[in-house]
Ligand binder design. Structure first.
Ligand code: ADP
Length: 179
């Protein structure tokens, strides 16, 4: 039997290497296991199709986020749980997207720059420090932290399991798991 569900966009924002992909994939896995309809919009994947050709200037970053926000809005209003995992460094555009989407939960995936740089999951920090990548968030491009996120995961201080649980608990508390 298909379960009833309310749509919601869970928006993971944070520096590269903070843990957005790791947490969102585990949340996705758990929700699918429970039978929910879930879609993931991951920054790296989106930039290869929906936002192909866009760069990393402020304008292009904003356009990228608007496109993702629009798709998330369409899915959310059709009762899908949408997990968005993108750096989305600018506060104003995240707010714009929040206004566009009826049910919106912001997750600030927070680890200090030093920790993200130390992890350097994709060796991007090394490249940015060497000047091979320009406009890299945290190095030579800004990141504006959310002022009032629904959830904050301090991934330098908590385990992946704890971070995932925080997100699921919040969704439960907000009533998104109606069965
Ligand atoms: P992002 O998607 O934000 O660029 P990734 O998920 O690709 O980041 O990488 C985050 C790295 O941090 C992974 O290697 C992950 O195992 C590690 N990590 C350590 N603690 C946590 C945590 N609590 N939550 C998420 N990731 C964590």
């Amino acid at each position: 039997m298909e379960i009833k569900q309310r749509g919601v966009t869970v928006w993971f924002t944070g520096l590269s290497g903070a843990g957005k992909t790791t947490i969102s994939h585990l949340v996705e896995k758990e929700l699918r296991t429970q039978g929910y309809k879930v879609e993931v919009l991951d920054g790296d994947v989106v930039r290869k199709n929906l936002s192909k050709g866009l760069g990393f200037s402020k304008e292009d970053r904003e356009e990228n986020i608007r496109r993702i926000g629009f798709v998330a809005h369409l899915l959310t209003r059709n009762n899908v749980i949408v997990l968005v995992s993108v750096i989305a460094p600018y506060q104003n555009i995240r707010e714009e997207v929040r206004q566009m989407i009826e049910n919106f939960v912001e997750v600030y995936v927070n680890a200090p720059l030093e920790v993200c740089e130390q992890r350097d999951v994709k060796y991007l920090y090394k490249k940015a420090r060497a000047g091979l990548i320009k406009n890299f968030t945290g190095i030579d491009d800004p990141y504006e932290p959310p002022s009032n996120p629904e959830v904050e995961c301090r991934t330098d201080q908590e385990s992946v399991t704890e971070s995932v649980k925080k997100v699921l608990d919040k969704l439960e508390m907000l009533g998104y798991f109606v069965q």
